[in-house]
Write a new protein. Structure first.
Length: 126
């Protein structure tokens, strides 16, 4: 994987874009912190699944923030995948996270690294 200096992307962000990232991070954090006591108290699988859906919704609702940043990632990577360094015009141009946002499949009790979901730092563009 190639090194990409994320600070170069952050330097290009307008105040409005930085605010959107901050607002998205606050919304995701609020959803997770508010639901944590509910998740601990949940006694049924259905209750836990409903709480987890609320958390996932908070992350997916803010995915538009990432879409707006893709041009910066594309520019700084010279339109190459950060994993393979190849140009792939048919790629979905997803922004991956080093750590899963919503859940860790190997550990059902792990909520995922939700606090990184709207941070520009732990990402890979491909």
């Amino acid at each position: 994987m190639r090194y990409i200096d994320i600070s170069k992307i952050e330097a290009k962000l307008s105040d409005a874009q930085k605010k959107k990232l901050s607002d998205a991070a606050n919304e995701v954090t609020k959803a997770f912190l508010e639901t944590e006591p509910q998740l601990i108290a949940a006694s049924t699988k259905e209750q836990r699944e409903a709480i987890e859906k609320r958390r996932i919704l908070a992350i997916s609702k803010n995915s538009i923030v990432w879409s707006e940043l893709k041009t910066y990632y594309e520019e700084i990577s010279y339109k190459k995948c950060w994993y393979t360094e190849s140009k792939n015009p048919g790629a979905s141009k997803d922004i991956d996270h080093f750590r899963p946002k919503n859940e860790v499949f190997e550990d059902e009790s792990h909520p995922g690294y939700w606090w990184l979901a709207v941070s520009p730092r732990p990402t890979v563009y491909c």
